[in-house]
Write a protein that binds this ligand. Structure first.
Ligand code: CAO
Length: 435
């Protein structure tokens, strides 16, 4: 008779109501003792919960986003009779060994019971999950986070630990080897800057400390890397969108009845595609050596979406093959899903170019940060009526401010000016986009 057992959250110390951020199994999966079942994360730590014995997953009782504590029922596992994981119910705190944060000086070490912000809690052995057979790196959440923060593609790191696990030392060796590469490499991050001073803000008044959201922590590390490692230049222009707006309003009512809101951004996606096709070095990335340009034959465009938890950039696929109404529909759907935290990591990958529109909010110009490995990003601000001198008189025209940031290693200033002028002309005469 089938031996179906309940798998509960093991003892996770003082933590209660911890969020599930990843489920690693589904119903029907066969797991070995110690294979990871799910990842839990608090603001301060991440940990994986191992299978206490080998078996087949019969039913899953939790989902991503659920909050669990010790003894919460996770799933039902039909035992296949293999070994019980030793110490699977005894999580271990991995601190200095895995934390990417520098240790504070002795004078600042307090009696705090919690691990430092980036430390990870893992259950022994199983922390290093991921099947090598599946072609993924064997690494604990803390090691993966460490790699992410350093911008190290963990799949490229050869693991020297038990069963090929990637260790902290492997990541450090990978970084050392990368730094030893010739300086022409596109990945040189060896910046020597002063450390930020440690400031006790409470000295100056009442304060409250609020942890950054998970999205902000992840996107912050990427933004920082892109900001310091790419030589950015931002080229500004204004597009006359008077006629485009008249047309958009004319067709808008009809599409609103079909539940599609056509905003200026849908037209800009289309114009961006035409400009990317005319200037292919904008639809490109530097390869890992920094010496070759990878030109893309596809056209996926990322759109920055402001969500309550921070900035997300989901990618609209094959924008060149879609019309303005379909793009508007997809834009509405993808931004709604981003705000509802229903965008997968895969949906934020593969972009060729990004558009960041703050036009619905306001502002006259800004300098967007390039979303590497892309080489350019278009910032859009709020259109306003301006007096434009034409045929001997000033006439009111609706002008849209554009800010194009580009990677100066790949794109020359003249090419950027040509790109943005062409883009502006397309918006000024939207009929050209149909050609
Ligand atoms: N000028 C004037 N009005 C504009 C405009 C512009 N450039 N762009 C949009 N609008 C109008 C729209 O037409 C809409 O008007 P109505 O409600 O009267 O129809 C209104 O502003 C709101 O538009 P929206 O913001 O809802 O829709 P959108 O398609 O323009 O943008 C999205 C969608 C998801 C990009 C946007 O909501 C968003 O999140 N923007 C923030 C992106 C961000 O944070 N960027 C900063 C990243 S740092 O680089």
């Amino acid at each position: 008779m089938a031996d179906i057992k309940q798998v509960l959250v093991p003892d996770i110390g003082d933590y209660k109501d911890v969020s599930i951020i990843e489920l690693m199994v589904k119903v029907g999966d066969t797991v070995n003792a110690e294979d990871s079942l799910l990842t839990l994360e608090t603001d301060k730590a991440a940990m994986e919960v191992p299978a206490p014995y080998a078996g087949v997953v019969k039913e899953i009782k939790v989902k991503v986003g659920d909050k669990v504590s010790k003894d919460t029922l996770i799933l039902l596992l039909e035992s296949t009779g293999a070994t019980i994981a030793p110490a699977a119910d005894k999580p271990v705190v991995q601190e200095a060994a895995t934390s990417p944060s520098p240790q504070p000086p002795a004078s600042q070490k307090g009696s705090t019971a919690l691990p430092p912000a980036n430390a990870a809690l893992t259950v022994p052995v199983v922390g290093e999950r991921m099947s090598a057979a599946a072609g993924k790196a064997h690494a604990s959440p803390a090691i993966r986070r460490f790699a992410r923060e350093l911008g190290v593609p963990i799949a490229q790191v050869k693991g020297s630990g038990m069963k090929g696990r990637v260790t902290k030392q492997d990541i450090q060796n990978f970084v050392k080897a990368a730094l030893a590469q010739p300086r022409s490499s596109g990945n040189d991050n060896n910046l020597q800057v002063l450390a930020m001073p440690l400031i006790d803000f409470a000295k100056f008044g009442t304060i409250e400390t609020k942890p950054l959201s998970r999205i902000k922590k992840l996107s912050g590390a990427n933004l920082h890397r892109n900001w310091v490692s790419i030589p950015h230049i931002t080229q500004f222009d204004e597009a006359d969108i008077t006629d485009m707006e008249a047309f958009r309003k004319q067709i808008g009512a009809e599409y609103t009845r079909q539940d599609t809101k056509i905003t200026p951004l849908a037209f800009m996606l289309k114009a961006a595609v035409a400009a990317l096709q005319k200037f292919p070095e904008f639809n490109a990335s530097l390869d890992a050596s920094g010496e070759n340009l990878v030109l893309k034959q596809y056209c996926h465009v990322g759109v920055a979406v402001d969500t309550p938890d921070g900035l997300m950039v989901p990618v609209l696929r094959d924008v060149d093959k879609k019309g303005i109404a379909q793009l508007a529909k997809e834009l509405g759907e993808i931004s709604a899903r981003a705000r509802a935290k229903k965008i997968s990591a895969a949906e934020m990958q593969g972009g060729c170019f990004s558009i960041s529109s703050l036009g619905g909010i306001g502002g006259t110009a800004f300098t967007p940060i390039i979303n590497a490995p892309e080489v350019a990003i278009l910032g859009v601000s709020r259109a306003s009526l301006k007096p434009i001198y034409k045929d001997g008189e000033f006439i009111p025209r609706l002008m849209l401010p554009l800010s194009l940031s580009y990677d100066h290693r790949v794109i020359d200033g003249a090419a950027a000016a040509r790109f943005i002028v062409y883009f502006s002309q397309l918006l000024a005469d939207a009929r050209q986009m149909a050609l």
